[in-house]
Design a protein around this ligand. Structure first.
Ligand code: ZN
Length: 671
């Protein structure tokens, strides 16, 4: 993933979060949303330097935000547990503990994959239930907690204060039942039991919590009388004797017993009614824990062993062929667990589909109906096939005709991609329009994919001309205002007018966005901006020859050919004329046009006589140039001052012209 696609992904997620949290709307399913988040997290794991504190990955589940909830400051912080991934680390830790405290023993417990909740009892009566939130401030969920059968509102003790911590979870059966119901009602599905449990515990209406069905295991005494502050195993026994459900646990006296307990718990994983995501090892003697601190985020005297990714063997049932926005065919394998006949269970989620990438992948992996394949989750995120175990009778052959429009497909030269090149293919139309109207292009607020699908739909049904048969039609929707309102396609009058106003407002978007929205292959927003910097009039750009286009940085032969090819179509030229007629901005504003350094990439190094480093950068950018940090084949000039080091050497070795401050000023004046 490039930084640019990462940023597009960020924008997309922020947009959906805003819709969900602030406008109480959704354009995509929970599943699709989770997929986006997972892509984001995967990218951030690979490029930690990209992550900013305002990234959605840093907010989700991390902050105690929810307008509806009442916030509660925890008496005792609800910390996480530090993860370890191999037995050696567990053994080392246990040995270290016993070196200092030879009599230390351990409680090895299932780590339930749910969400944490604390219960405060005063005089044996339940006073407050709170979610974990960010570890220090959570949310009051007392009403909903009462709807969980295992939460006792009265304990058979009269201790002045007792605070317990446990894990709220949903069983797989209840999770599947929920999704089946949702599917029947055409509503979005929950991604996994943990997410659903979290959403259920935070419902505003406790009746819904009760209906869906949550469960609880207790695993810790947070605070209480001295008798409760000595031994973990004793506490669990006592809670159990009071009728409270406690987490499955084993007593272990040394490293060998700890490992054996972890293995036993791991072996039970598949057979439990709920999901676990590890085993927790705790020092039984609570007083000893403080000698093994683990930083401010983690509980002292605890470690969590994470089981390696599960692998399952699946049997291929179907291969689904879909047509993407650019006409590219995508293949998705649908399968079941070869052993159980059910969807495969992996890392707490049900998996019955995985992407098959392209034709090459399908051939290499020998994908076909009836074949058996290993399935695992990479980084516990995206399900992937991992080798063929039993070959199918026949390897899948991709279709020759587009599954949506029936037109002949084209195999793209030099790649494994197959495309539908029919520009009016309905599958692509709705999605191309969605992209055009989306965040990274015309950014028309409120006009999401679902509405666009609805506006395009009737064309697919073939009963009537649809409201949208091209991008231009978006700007003609206002002519159908009355009809749209009476049919409720964009909602009621208020929402319809809101969207129509957003459409009008989008006319003044930068022509670079308009250009990017056209869906010309390889022309995303940054390439479009580079093009517009040199050819500030979109109408003029239509007639630029391929050789000229290739002089622009980032534009190769192939992209140039795609651009020329696109504008060679008479209907595309008509579309551009229509845009102009409808009042869309076709020219870059004047100041942009006269930028002297447009299209030039300049690297600054050394100490300049008058300009500071950031002043030089500002000057370059103000004049339309691009400032980058390192010298490469794409660098046009190196601006070098006193004491220029390795960058100067590199520029020389690459034959890149070196200029000084005066040279830069001359460059700006000259043009
Ligand atoms: Zn098609």
């Amino acid at each position: 993933m490039t930084f640019e696609t990462y940023q597009e992904l960020l924008n997309q997620i922020n947009h959906h979060m805003d819709l969900y949290y602030n406008q109480d709307q959704t354009e995509i399913s929970d599943y699709e949303y989770d997929q986006l988040m997972q892509q984001l997290k995967a990218a951030e794991a690979k490029h930690p330097d990209w992550v900013r504190p305002d990234s959605p990955s840093q907010k989700i589940g991390g902050t105690a935000k929810r307008e509806a909830g009442v916030k509660v400051e925890h008496n005792v912080p609800m910390l996480s547990i530090e993860d370890v991934f191999d037995f050696q680390s567990v053994t080392d830790w246990v040995n270290k503990v016993q070196e200092l405290h030879p009599d230390a023993i351990f409680s090895v417990e299932q780590k339930i994959d749910g969400l944490s909740m604390s219960l405060r009892y005063r005089g044996g009566r339940l006073e407050l239930a709170e979610t974990r939130g960010d570890g220090h401030v959570g949310e009051d969920v007392t009403q909903n907690a009462r709807a969980i059968p295992q939460v006792l509102t009265e304990l058979p003790i009269t201790d002045p204060y007792l605070e317990l911590r446990g894990e709220v979870y949903m069983t797989r059966d209840k999770f599947e039942a929920y999704n089946t119901r949702q599917e029947k009602e055409g509503k979005p599905l929950a991604a996994n039991p943990r997410n659903l449990a979290a959403g259920t515990l935070r419902q505003l209406d406790p009746k819904i919590t009760a209906e869906r069905g949550l469960n609880l295991f207790l695993f810790n005494v947070q605070d209480g009388e001295p008798d409760f502050m000595r031994s973990q195993l004793y506490n669990l026994d006592r809670l159990s004797a009071m009728g409270l459900p406690v987490t499955y646990h084993k007593r272990a006296e040394d490293a060998g017993e700890v490992i054996a307990a972890i293995e036993e718990i791991g072996g039970l994983r598949g057979q439990l009614a709920y999901d676990i995501d590890g085993a927790v090892v705790k020092i039984d003697q609570i007083a000893y824990r403080k000698d093994f601190p683990a930083g401010t985020k983690y509980s002292a005297g605890h470690i969590a062993y994470k089981y390696p990714p599960e692998e399952k063997v699946v049997e291929m049932d179907r291969i689904l062929v879909d047509v993407g926005r650019t006409g590219k065919l995508t293949f998705t394998g649908q399968f079941h667990d070869a052993k159980t006949g059910e969807p495969a269970r992996l890392c707490g989620t049900s998996v019955s589909r995985a992407t098959l990438h392209n034709q090459d992948y399908i051939r290499q992996m020998k994908i076909g109906i009836g074949g058996h394949y290993k399935l695992f989750k990479s980084g516990e995120i995206i399900p992937k096939l991992n080798g063929c175990v039993k070959e199918p009778e026949a390897v899948f052959e991709p279709p020759r005709l587009c599954p949506v429009c029936g037109e002949e497909l084209e195999q793209e030269e030099g790649t494994a991609d197959i495309r539908c090149v029919n520009p009016s293919c309905p599958a692509q139309l709705s999605r191309t329009i969605g992209y055009f109207a989306g965040r990274s292009c015309m950014d028309i607020a409120g006009l999401g994919q679902t509405l666009i699908d609805a506006l395009c739909e009737e064309k697919i049904m073939g009963t009537r001309t649809s409201y949208l048969t091209s991008y231009v039609d978006i700007y003609r929707l206002k002519d159908h205002r009355e009809e749209l309102i009476s049919r409720g396609i964009l909602g009621k009058e208020k929402n319809t007018d809101k969207i129509l106003a957003a459409i009008e407002a989008s006319k003044s978007q930068s022509p670079a966005r308009l250009l990017a929205g056209l869906g010309i292959r390889n022309v995303g927003l940054s390439t479009a901006a580079a093009l517009m910097a040199v050819y500030p009039d979109l109408m003029g750009l239509m007639d630029v020859r391929s050789e000229e286009l290739q002089k622009i940085p980032d534009i190769g032969e192939r992209t140039a050919a795609d651009i020329v090819h696109f504008f060679a179509h008479e209907d595309k030229r008509q579309m551009m004329a229509d845009f102009k007629e409808l009042g869309l901005t076709m020219k870059m504003p004047k100041e942009e046009k006269t930028r002297a350094l447009a299209g030039l990439t300049i690297v600054v190094t050394g100490t300049l006589p008058n300009l500071g480093r950031s002043e030089a950068k500002d000057l370059i950018e103000k004049n339309g140039g691009k400032c980058t940090g390192s010298v490469s084949g794409k660098t046009d000039y190196l601006l070098a001052g006193e004491a220029a080091g390795s960058k100067l050497d590199k520029a020389k070795s690459l034959g890149i012209p070196v200029i000084d401050e005066e040279g830069l000023r001359a460059l700006i004046e000259e043009k």
